[in-house]
Design a protein. Structure first.
Ligand SMILES: Nc1ncnc2c1ncn2[C@@H]1O[C@H](COP(=O)(O)OP(=O)(O)O)[C@@H](O)[C@H]1O
Ligand SMILES: [Mg+2]
Lengths: 267, 169
């Protein structure tokens, strides 16, 4: 896994990316006036009438129902909801990891719900950083290699390695960068995961119960770190949690109940 | 001696009516028989090589498939991190080729050591003659084995669904 594979030639990919972005913008402009308003308000991510239904017949579950949401660049928002309320489903839709049954998602001007499956990886790579409850580091790789994971399909370069090291410095783990996940505490592993989510400068960072596996003190430290990255680096965070205390520390809280999203305080 | 066959025929004719059966054998015939034996031996070696290749290919296939199944979650992470299916496939195939090449070169090294130091000490000549062509063939063979054995496991790795493997609860 240490090996890097190079499959893309830069200029063509760069053009393709631009075409895609323009297509997305065109789609957004052609859309309803509401979306145009959002663009003016610089929504970095927006969901419109988003529904997700799993299964059918007797096993049919409506996990998300007509969700609308719009988040501006640089915001730090929380979605609070009980277990099974649809938090993970919502993040998967916003992060282009899964497709909604109905509705649309626009990230950074690109209507991701219209991007064909084989091109979605580029959205995930360039627009989204994921942080999970159980960190999901690769156990055989060092902290630094884990941070570099999203960059491995790209042409290896000095800058990427430098920014990975700087991020590890920023999360306070520079001197642990050659350690494997097994040699790090839960809080430290989550810090590595945060650095990994940031390494390609995504438009949005989505965190699914990022403190769910940590004791309350370590959890608070992780929240502090994410708030600091939001303040200092203008990173946009959307975290989901069942914990009201975690949610209350953020700028804006949405509430998710049985797949329905309620906004706390005016949108 | 130009007419070896003529002489042989003459000898056999002369003794034809004798009580002792006489048969003649020429160097050419002996050579032909050695050649026939060598041909059989060559085919036999080929059969061994093909069997070894199939066994090797299957071993690589099994090792890679097990490794891919074991690392499903890792492939889920890679996908969530923006790796394309092609990125994942080439990464797994490269690993498979690496294993196959190591195997092929190691097997070749051990084989020629046994041939040239073990067996050849009895007959006095080197059996395995190492040429760049031979080395090239072995490397090419390793790559083919790696691709054949690793392709299906790589496709399986690319088919991993990140939402399934990364579902915590
Ligand atoms: N792949 C799936 N198939 C069927 N039902 C699912 C699937 N994923 C989630 N669900 C259901 O959708 C609902 C929301 O799940 P989820 O988004 O994981 O909630 P949360 O993250 O808030 O706990 C739950 O009732 C869950 O059982
Ligand atoms: Mg969840």
């Amino acid at each position: 896994m240490e090996r890097m594979t190079y499959t893309e030639s830069e200029p063509v990919e760069e053009l393709r990316r631009k075409v895609q972005e323009l297509e997305g913008r065109l789609a957004a402009v052609e859309g309803r006036g509401r979306e145009r308003e959002e663009r003016r308000g610089e929504a970095i991510v927006a969901a419109r009438n988003l529904s997700k239904i799993y299964g059918e017949g007797r096993t049919r579950v409506v996990a998300l129902s007509e969700v609308n949401l719009s988040i501006r660049k640089g915001e730090f928002v929380a979605v609070q909801g009980a277990s099974g309320s649809g938090k993970t489903t919502l993040l998967n839709m916003l992060g282009a990891l899964d497709r909604p049954t109905r509705g649309r998602v626009v990230i950074d001007g690109i209507e991701t719900t219209k991007v064909p499956e084989r091109k979605l990886f580029r959205i995930r790579r360039e627009k989204v950083g994921f942080i999970f409850q159980t960190y999901y580091l690769v156990p055989t790789l060092t902290a630094l290699q884990n941070v570099l994971l999203p960059t491995m399909p790209l042409r290896a370069n000095r800058d990427l390695r430098d920014s990975a090291e700087q991020l590890l410095e920023l999360v306070g783990l520079r001197e642990r960068m050659d350690h494997k996940p097994g040699e790090l505490s839960g809080g430290e592993q989550q810090r590595v995961a945060i650095a990994r989510a940031l390494v390609l400068n995504p438009a949005i960072i989505l965190a699914d119960e990022p403190t769910g596996n940590l004791d309350s003190k370590t959890g608070a430290e992780i929240m502090d770190l994410m708030h600091r990255l939001n303040k200092e680096q203008k990173r946009t965070f959307i975290i989901v949690t069942h914990d009201a205390k975690i949610a209350s520390g953020t700028e804006r809280v949405f509430y998710l109940t049985d797949g329905r999203l309620y906004s706390g305080g005016g949108e | 001696m130009d007419n070896v066959e003529g002489v042989a025929a003459a000898i056999e004719e002369k003794y034809e009516e004798g009580t002792v059966p006489v048969s003649t054998m020429m160097a050419k015939d002996i050579l032909g028989e050695i050649n026939d034996a060598m041909d059989v031996f060559q085919s036999f070696l080929w059969v061994i090589a093909v069997v070894a290749a199939v066994a090797g290919g299957i071993s690589i296939f099994i090792v890679m498939l097990m490794s891919v199944i074991e690392r499903r979650q890792e492939f889920g992470i890679l996908k969530a991190s923006g790796w394309s299916n092609r990125n994942i496939i080439s990464s797994v195939v490269v690993q498979s080729i690496t294993i196959a090449l190591l195997g092929a070169l190691l097997g070749f090294a051990i084989g020629s050591l046994i041939a040239n130091y073990g067996i050849s000490s009895y007959i006095g000549v080197d059996i395995a003659i190492i040429t760049t062509k031979l080395l090239g063939e072995i490397v090419g063979f390793g790559i083919i084995m790696g691709v054949l054995g690793g392709l299906y496991p790589a496709l399986q790795a690319a088919r991993v669904s990140p939402i399934e493997t990364l579902r915590a609860t």
